[in-house]
Design a protein around this ligand. Structure first.
Ligand SMILES: [Zn+2]
Ligand SMILES: [Zn+2]
Length: 383
């Protein structure tokens, strides 16, 4: 490990644990962004704040080339309760760094501080700290706020810690790596009435039951068997008394896919199935279908370059398949060529998956993550 990275490491572990103890939800990362901005400025990195809300960009130039790359970390926490019992556990009720974004921000900050000292590259590195990755589209907000117009990049990269991979290994793949995420809500409305007289009101509960069954046939019967997609009904609400047929029942869920044509087909089938169940049960169906994150699609060349660079530091492997979770770095990859990498953080001691109340970021991978960002900058902007 280079000396400057070993030097920075103890302070970075403290920094990560401080972020962990003070998690902030999407678009409310004021303290987090403020601490990162102050540390970047102290390290000699130019800082631009307030991009896409609480987002910020650090800019570091060396040499004379007009080449530039972007390195991105996310800053937000999840709206959930931590149950780790750690000494640096969340001090904010209902907010928890259960996805390791405290670690991502820390690794990118560490890389910026290291590169500011060494400057072994020719061009510009943009350190992108984005808000609100967890469902609120902070990456989209930054792109819409002119991220790549103000800070043009030929390539953009992001890392996500990955508990399923051994600590300190890197994996990615060309093409799709994370799924498009859609959410739907369907309300079936009848009339409501006495449960002893079901013949005088459409039964929204029975209709909803049929609809759950029908929706679960879409993936197996309505899209090609070679395509990959998931549809899960996750929520069903209606009724409050044993002797009342409710006037309406609402159900909701999520759809994950990788190919826009498949996504179109699923949405069309969902609308058709809901309308069909409504017709056959005498209810009315109101449908909302929200495509909130597109699929995260790696540029083939950028993914190969990243794996080649990572291989100089640590074990790497080509991921055989994408994950069905989603990631709003997708919006940055729609605007700029690049790749999203998984950085293994698995340990026997911390086997909890992402978004689990017992999850914690593994500080043992901070150095590898920093060196990977540094190597991407130095590799893509070689002197
Ligand atoms: Zn997450
Ligand atoms: Zn995450």
């Amino acid at each position: 490990m280079p000396d400057t990275i070993a030097d920075l490491l103890p302070a970075l572990v403290d920094f990560r644990r401080d972020l962990h103890a003070h998690p902030e939800l999407g678009f409310k990362e004021h303290r987090t962004a403020g601490r990162i901005a102050a540390a970047l400025r102290d390290g000699g990195v130019e800082v631009h704040e307030g991009i896409g809300g609480t987002g910020l960009v650090g800019v570091l130039r060396a040499g004379s080339s007009d080449r530039a790359i972007g390195l991105r970390a996310d800053m937000d926490a999840l709206p959930m309760q931590e149950q780790t019992g750690l000494p640096y556990a969340s001090q904010t009720s209902g907010a928890f760094h259960g996805c390791g974004h405290d670690g991502h921000s820390t690794m990118l900050l560490g890389a910026a501080l290291h590169l500011a000292r060494t400057r072994q590259f020719d061009g510009t590195v943009h350190f992108i700290f984005q808000p609100a990755e967890e469902g609120l589209g902070g990456a989209r907000a930054m792109v819409q706020d002119g991220l790549f117009d103000r800070f043009p990049c030929q390539r953009v990269f992001a890392l996500h810690n990955w508990p399923d991979l051994p600590a300190g290994t890197v994996s990615t793949r060309p093409g799709p790596i994370m799924a498009a995420a859609d959410k739907f809500e369907i309300t079936l409305t009848g009339k409501g009435g006495h449960a002893a007289m079901p013949h005088v009101t459409p039964d929204a509960v029975l209709a909803a039951g049929e609809l759950v069954g029908q929706l679960n046939t879409i993936i197996s019967r309505r899209i090609p068997p070679t395509a990959s997609a998931v549809l899960s009904v996750t929520r069903i609400q209606g009724g409050h008394a044993h002797n009342v047929l409710p006037a309406a029942v609402t159900l909701g869920g999520t759809v994950r896919s990788f190919d826009p044509a498949i996504q179109d087909g699923i949405e069309a089938a969902l609308r058709q199935v809901a309308a069909g169940v409504a017709l056959s049960t005498g209810t009315e169906a109101a449908i909302t279908y929200d495509r909130y994150y597109p699929a995260t699609i790696n540029d083939g060349e950028a993914a190969a370059e990243a794996l080649r660079i990572a291989a100089t530091l640590c074990p790497t492997h080509l991921a055989p398949e994408p994950a069905f979770t989603s990631e709003d770095f997708a919006f940055m990859l729609q605007a700029c060529r690049g790749a999203y990498l998984w950085l293994g953080q698995g340990t026997a001691a911390n086997a909890a998956p992402l978004h689990h109340p017992a999850y914690d970021f593994n500080d043992d991978i901070i150095a590898t993550g920093m060196m990977l960002h540094v190597a991407l900058a130095e590799g893509m902007l070689g002197t």
